[in-house]
Design a protein around this ligand. Structure first.
Ligand code: AVJ
Length: 342
C-alpha cells in the first residue's frame, strides 16, 4: 500500500516523518510509544518523593472515569469553562483570524464544538487537527467532526504534545487550543519547558487559547478533588491498574488509599496514593523492585491553580502577548487568548 503524503499542516521538512495509520490519523514513523511510558514510570517511581507523570491516568478506564468527574457537582471546572466558551466563542474566533485550529488533548468535547461551529460560520473551509496520545480519542473525534462539520478538514495527530506542536507548518495561521486547565498538571520544570517549546513552534500569525483554573477559597478547591461519590479516588488509584497492565507490576489497589490537599505555598492540589501496609512492588519485565512502606505517599497528580494576571505576565516573557481575558461571573476560571509576538 502506498502511503498518502502528509498534508500541508505539517512543515515541509517534517512531512516524511509522519505516517497515516489508520487513515486521517498521523503518527511519527520513528516514535516508540511503547518504550516511553515504561521509562517514564520507572524513573519517576524511583524519585524522591515517588511520583508519576499525569498522562498515565488516561488509559481507557481512566478516560471514562475522567468523563464522570466532569459531571460531578463538586467539579466546577468543566461546566464553568464550557459556559465561558459558549458565551464568547464568537469573539474568540473573530479575534484570532486563522485557517487552522490545533487542539492539544481531548479532541471533541462540547467546549471545542463552540469554537468549531464559529470557525466554520465565520471562515468556512478550515482545518481541525487535535493532538492526542490516545488513538481511540482521535478516532472518536474524527467521526464526530466528519459528521457535524463536513466543511472541516480533519487530521488527527497521534503524538505527545511537543512532538505534535513542533511538526505544524509555521506559515499556516493557526489557533492552538489548550483547555481544561491541563497546564495545571505541569510541574515547575515541565511548565516553562512546554511554553518555550510552544512559543518557539508558533508562527507570526498564530494564537493560543488557554484555559486556566484560578485560585479560590480552599474549601471549593479541595471538594472538587475529593468528591462525595469517590470517583476522583477511583480515577487516581486506577493509574496503578494501568501500570500493572503495562509493566506486569503487582500494585494492590486494596492496600492503598487516596489522599489530597491544597498546598497553599505551591498553590496546587496534590493527589496522592498512600500505602496502607508495607509491600514489595515488583516489575518483573524490568527486573526491578522497591519497598513501598506503610504511609509512604506516591504523588500521582498535581493540579496547579493560577493568578490570571501573573500567568499572562509569565507568558509575555516567553513571547506570547495577551490579547483577551474571558472569565465567568464568579471569576473561578479563565480563558486567555494570546498571540505570538511578531
Ligand atoms: C484534566 C488535569 C484538568 O486537574 O482538574 C480532575 C484532572 N484530576 N480530578 C484537573 C483531574 C482529578 C484535571 N485536569
Amino acid at each position: 500500500m502506498t502511503q498518502p503524503t502528509a498534508p500541508h499542516i505539517f512543515a515541509a521538512d517534517q512531512r516524511s516523518r509522519w505516517l497515516s495509520n489508520p487513515p486521517g490519523i498521523w503518527s511519527l514513523q520513528d516514535a516508540d510509544l511503547d518504550a516511553i511510558p515504561t521509562m517514564s514510570i520507572l524513573t519517576t517511581l524511583w524519585d524522591q518523593p515517588r511520583w508519576l507523570e499525569a498522562y498515565h491516568l488516561y488509559d481507557e478506564h481512566g478516560s471514562e472515569l475522567f468523563e464522570d468527574i466532569c459531571d460531578l457537582p463538586e467539579y466546577y471546572l468543566t461546566r464553568t469553562e464550557n459556559s465561558i466558551l459558549e458565551a464568547n466563542a464568537k469573539n474568540i474566533v473573530a479575534a484570532a483570524p486563522v485557517k487552522c485550529i490545533v487542539e492539544l488533548g481531548a479532541g471533541y468535547s462540547k467546549k471545542t464544538i463552540h469554537l468549531l461551529s464559529e470557525q466554520t460560520r465565520q471562515r468556512g473551509q478550515s482545518v481541525f487537527a487535535p493532538i492526542d496520545v490516545s488513538v481511540a480519542g482521535l478516532l472518536a473525534s474524527q467521526s464526530a467532526v466528519q459528521k457535524d462539520f463536513p466543511q472541516l478538514e480533519f487530521h488527527g495527530i497521534h503524538a505527545r504534545y511537543e512532538d505534535g506542536i513542533c511538526a505544524i507548518e509555521k506559515s499556516l495561521p493557526t489557533l492552538f487550543v489548550f483547555l481544561g486547565s491541563t497546564i495545571g498538571n505541569f510541574n515547575h520544570t515541565e511548565f516553562p519547558r512546554f511554553f518555550r517549546a510552544l512559543s518557539a513552534a508558533m508562527g507570526p500569525d498564530d494564537y493560543l487559547l488557554l484555559g486556566a483554573d484560578r485560585i479560590k477559597p480552599v474549601k471549593l478547591l479541595e471538594d472538587a478533588y475529593n468528591d462525595s461519590r469517590g470517583i476522583t479516588a477511583e480515577f487516581i488509584l486506577n493509574v496503578f491498574r494501568n501500570i500493572n497492565g503495562l509493566l506486569g507490576a503487582n500494585f494492590d489497589l486494596k492496600q492503598m488509599r487516596y489522599q489530597s490537599w491544597f498546598n497553599p505555598e505551591w498553590q496546587q492540589i496534590e493527589m496522592y496514593a498512600v500505602a496502607t501496609a508495607s509491600q514489595e512492588i515488583r516489575f518483573p519485565n524490568a527486573g526491578a523492585a522497591f519497598e513501598w512502606r506503610q504511609n509512604e505517599k506516591i504523588l500521582v497528580e498535581i493540579s496547579r491553580k493560577f493568578d490570571a494576571n501573573r500567568l499572562q505576565q509569565q507568558l509575555r516573557f516567553i513571547g506570547l502577548t495577551p490579547v483577551e481575558h474571558f472569565t465567568d461571573a464568579n471569576q473561578w476560571f479563565s480563558v486567555l487568548l494570546f498571540r505570538k509576538e511578531g
